[in-house]
Design a protein around this ligand. Sequence first.
Ligand SMILES: C[S@@+](CC[C@H](N)C(=O)[O-])C[C@H]1O[C@@H](n2cnc3c(N)ncnc32)[C@H](O)[C@@H]1O
Length: 196
Amino acid sequence: MFHKIPQAMQTQMRRLEQIDVRDRRDGTPRLKRLRQIPPQTGKFLALLAANAPKGQIVEIGASAGYSTLWLSLAAMDMGRKIVTFELLPEKAEMARETFKAAQVETVVELVEGDALDYLAKYQEIAFCFLDAEKKVYQACYDAVVPNMVSGGFLIADNAINHRDTLQPMIEQSLHDQSVDTMIAPIGKGLLICRKI
Ligand SMILES: C[S@@+](CC[C@H](N)C(=O)[O-])C[C@H]1O[C@@H](n2cnc3c(N)ncnc32)[C@H](O)[C@@H]1O
């Protein structure tokens, strides 16, 4: 996968990486910032997603589509598709432009809206990347984990840099008998749950 990232996708990855770095330095207000995962997290997600069992590949929180591009690599490798949710219209528009320019429109379905309004529709989730506002993590966990197929993954970002805020959900997942869970120090910290 990593040796054959299509040129159009590489161009979009570099573009978004530059905007993300600039956002963090120039005082862009939080809601306008892309708040992307770092490339290492993207690679890790792609590696895991490329081995996802049969079922849906879902992302909650697309922003401008950077993490979605990494997941697209895995989806293309397996001949599968992804659905990604983005709440804010201006971010959804940026993501749409990213997917068009990266030529992944046939791989990615972008749903503009609150993921919580749609998640019940997905009954066989093989892989879910959760990277939204921290206040919805618990509700997303509760909506996703019961509908994950055996061997499927839920990966939630910010498990270390927002550990205090996410602690109730992290505690729940560590005691949840339906998943094996750990926190990996990759990027901002990934909560990794594998459905038993
Ligand atoms: C941290 S950013 C996502 C970054 C993106 N995953 C990446 O690495 O490129 C969080 C995004 O989640 C979106 N979001 C927050 N709550 C949401 C919800 N309930 N449903 C869908 N998107 C949501 C926000 O608008 C924001 O763009």
